[in-house]
Design a protein around this ligand. Structure first.
Ligand code: F6P
Length: 535
């Protein structure tokens, strides 16, 4: 067993995988895919959700070696420590318990010796009650009108997770029906153009503003909150804040200081990482206002089902674990820098502060449907090798069948879901092109090397429940990657420096505007740009 401060890269399991890269480099996905037995062993199913990772550059032997790496990284103990509420976020001395946010009412999950599930459900019950009142019109605005539109102000984890779920739920007929006549908008960026876009067409009399901020100090969010408070009070007078503004935060003292009634504040806890907070009031409140609590509860149940799968399934059949081990393989061994598919990996030191001799994160990007085909797919087919995750559904939430056409719109979409992974894996050889009578001068241009890894996740449909499952799979994948690499996936010191420097610039802008002070303390370039801006 490795000592606590040893890097994972010093273990035999890591070295075995390093050595194994050479074997894999001798293979091509074309050949690997012809082994039906291998492909069959690379399919996993859970509650109708199918994962096919046979188009990864991996063999049965690779998977055995990755499972050995999981053992060497003490993955099982680390997962247990997370679920047991130990302070695994050691740099911030906090538990990591986003799984408690979607646990059933009778579950017991302890942080610092105390069962947190009853507190979680107190807030969920409060959200249910409040969102019912808003949606039924029993809570009205300052002029007596029902509040039908919501602007959620927040950034980073206090924005992206809720936006993702909102985007998905818009396509779910049941959720869409519940949202009829209501609008949910998100204000994240500090650009005044975004404020204008958000309030465009909305009437303060019928709008509720939800300020979402874990710390209630984030510069962008607080300025946007002051701006919208001004929008409301200018139209309706200062007392209107009590009816038109509510908050989600761990810092209830600052919420009150801002002028929001503490009764209209929805708490969460420091054991919820900002980027893992969508299942707290951060996501549940705005989404319940839009879709009703019962729809959002299905989303939470979906996430919880994956938590149970993650906690109790042997690693070789554990979807988040397999996804994470493959990511480690692609990033740290095969050297692929990106993945077509919010997180806090990408660290330069281990959890014990030791410099890392390997990469610990990939750049995630992606596009819905075939939009990617018409933008960056050229790059992934013939340029850089970028492992892809393809996510599709058996059933469309909004099917369209055109008269006289047998292949439905969803069939058309899914044709690409099935075709692209094979195009990436197999490619096209010069010999094939010759047989197709492609002219010699075009053969180099039309040759595809193939051997490009991908995996496919086929969901029954994109219901609220499945969206919850998808979210939890990706959350746990990030955590497992971090556990294996031996890094802290739950802190994000890397984003702090930019914030600190922006604060210095803000101070300078303040003293220049109030006292005419010339910019000082900045380098030549920044001073010149600041002078130009201030002129
Ligand atoms: O800058 C990153 C971050 O700290 C995220 O983790 C967080 O989700 C975001 O800023 C917003 O922070 P807050 O919710 O405290 O406003």
């Amino acid at each position: 067993m490795a000592s606590p401060t040893a890097l994972i890269s010093e273990t035999q399991a890591w070295k075995d995988l390093k050595g194994h890269v050479e074997d894999i480099n001798k293979t091509h996905l074309r050949d690997l895919m012809s082994d039906a037995h291998r492909c069959e062993s690379m399919m996993l199913e859970f509650e109708g959700l199918l994962l096919d990772y046979s188009r990864q550059r991996a063999t049965v032997e690779t998977m055995d070696k990755l499972l050995n790496l999981a053992k060497a990284a003490h993955l099982s103990e680390k997962i247990s420590r997370m679920f047991n509420g130990e302070h695994i976020n050691s740099t911030e001395n906090r538990s990591v318990l986003h799984v408690a946010l979607r646990a059933p009412k009778d579950a017991v999950i302890k942080a610092d010796g105390k069962n947190v599930v009853p507190e979680v459900w107190n807030v969920l019950d409060k959200i249910k009650d409040f969102s019912d009142k808003i949606r039924s019109g029993s809570w009205v605005g300052a002029t007596g009108k029902p509040l039908k539109d919501v602007i959620a102000i927040g950034i980073g984890g206090s924005f992206l997770g809720p936006l993702f779920v909102h985007t998905a739920l818009q396509t779910d007929p049941e959720a869409a029906e519940c949202a009829k006549g209501r609008q949910l908008r998100f204000l994240a960026n500090i650009d005044p153009v975004d404020v204008a876009r958000n309030i465009n067409g909305l009437n303060p009399e019928t709008t509720l503003v939800v300020v979402v901020s874990k710390t209630f100090t984030t510069a962008e969010t607080m300025l946007n909150a002051r701006t919208l408070r001004n929008w409301i009070t200018t139209a309706l007078g200062a007392p209107a804040v009590a009816k038109h503004m509510v908050a989600v935060s761990t810092n209830l003292a600052l919420v009150e200081k801002f002028g929001i009634d503490p009764n209209n504040a929805f708490a969460f806890w420091d054991w919820v990482g900002g980027r893992y907070s969508v299942c707290s009031a951060v996501g549940v409140l705005p989404l319940s206002l839009q879709y009703g609590f019962s729809v959002v509860e299905k989303f939470l149940k979906g996430a919880s089902s994956i938590d149970q799968h993650f906690q109790s399934t042997p690693f070789e059949k554990n979807i988040p674990v397999i996804l994470a081990l493959l990511s480690v393989w692609n990033v740290s061994f095969l050297g692929y820098p990106a993945r077509v598919s919010m997180e806090s990996n990408g660290k330069g030191v281990s959890i014990d502060g030791l410099p890392l001799p390997f990469e610990t994160g990939e750049i995630d990007f992606g596009e819905p449907g075939t939009n990617g085909q018409h933008s960056f797919y050229q790059l992934i087919h013939q340029g850089r090798v970028i492992p892809c995750d393809f996510i599709g559904t058996v059933k469309s939430q909004q099917p369209v069948y055109l008269e006289g056409e047998v292949v439905s719109n969803h069939d058309e979409l899914m044709s690409n879901f099935f075709a692209q992974p094979d195009a990436l894996a197999y490619g096209k050889t010069p010999e094939q092109l010759q047989k197709e009578n492609v002219s010699e001068n075009l053969i180099p241009h039309k040759t595809f090397s193939g051997n490009r890894p991908s995996l496919s996740l086929l969901l029954p449909e994109l219901s609220a429940y499945n969206v919850g499952q998808l979210l939890a799979i990706y959350e746990h994948r990030v955590a497992v990657q971090g556990f294996v690499w031996g890094i802290n996936s739950f802190d994000q010191w890397g984003v702090e420096l930019g914030k600190v420097l922006a604060t210095q610039v803000r101070k300078q802008l303040h003293s220049s505007r109030t006292q005419g002070a010339a910019p000082e303390g900045f380098n030549y370039s920044t001073t010149t740009l600041l002078k130009r801006y201030l002129e």
